[in-house]
Design a protein around this ligand. Structure first.
Ligand code: NAP
Length: 217
């Protein structure tokens, strides 16, 4: 697939690198310097293939999927630069946080993902990757062939775009867990905030791990 990265920081940089290693054609965009984007595209020890640096509009061009990974305060700016995203699969890990990253500014009756879908009525928005700290991503990818893989939840209203995102989740090394329509992000986003708080303020630090289990009859 051709995957555009809108926001090439901790999440976008790492996920984009993994997508490229998994064989996708990746365009890194939206950082404060083009040099950083070029460095990401070159990869560590030149290991990344099929990646290049570009503008958000170049990342969006012909993209099969776009990863939106920016601070909530940067959403309007990056979307304005990306241009028309009609029909595009937009997978968001961006959390609707305040400037201090201490609280969600949208919750309970809506979610960042739903606000984004309202902002992009013709795009196909899926929420994923927000429930994991970026620190675990390379480890999960490297352990990809292990018998037990961690689950990663995703939700959205469009089955076709969810299938695309499930493939990307699998490529990173997780078992994709479809938790339903986009409004379920009202519950996964506060969960993501809990994970971040525990990871960075709790005793366990970023080693924190969690898993989901199905309790079937
Ligand atoms: N980090 C995590 O573990 C984690 C986990 C779950 C969800 N999330 C969510 O994912 C989203 C991205 O988080 P992140 O940690 O990846 O953030 P980040 O590292 O700050 O990345 C954001 C990107 O936006 C770029 N940017 C910021 N201001 C800009 C500007 N004025 N012009 C151009 N580019 C600009 C940054 O550029 P530079 O690279 O030059 O700084 C960076 O590449 C957030 O909504 C966060 O809540 C993060």
């Amino acid at each position: 697939m051709r995957v555009g990265i809108l926001g090439s920081g901790l999440m976008g940089g790492k996920l984009g690198t993994i997508f490229a290693r998994a064989g996708h054609e990746v365009v890194f965009s939206y950082a404060r310097s083009m040099e950083k984007l070029k460095k990401l595209a070159r990869g560590i020890d030149g290991k990344v293939h099929g990646a290049r640096a570009g503008t958000p509009s170049e990342a969006a061009q012909e993209a099969d999927a776009l990863l939106l990974a920016v601070h909530w305060s940067r959403i309007d700016d990056v979307l304005n630069q990306a241009g028309d995203l009609s029909g595009k699969v937009v997978v968001t890990c961006s959390l609707p946080m305040n400037d201090e990253n201490t609280e969600l500014v949208v919750a309970h009756t809506s979610s960042g993902a739903e606000e984004l879908a309202r902002r992009l009525p013709n795009a196909r928005v899926v929420s994923a990757f927000n429930t994991v700290p970026s620190e675990v991503l390379f480890g999960v990818y490297e352990g990809k062939r292990k018998a037990t893989r961690p689950s990663l939840v995703y939700c959205g209203d469009d089955e076709g775009s969810k299938a695309v995102v499930a493939e990307l989740i699998r490529d990173v090394g997780f078992d994709p867990l479809d938790v339903g329509p986009l409004r379920i992000a009202r519950y996964t986003e506060p969960f993501a905030l809990l994970v971040a708080e525990l990871a960075y303020e709790g005793e366990g630090g970023p080693e924190l791990a969690y898993r989901f289990e199905w309790f079937r009859k």
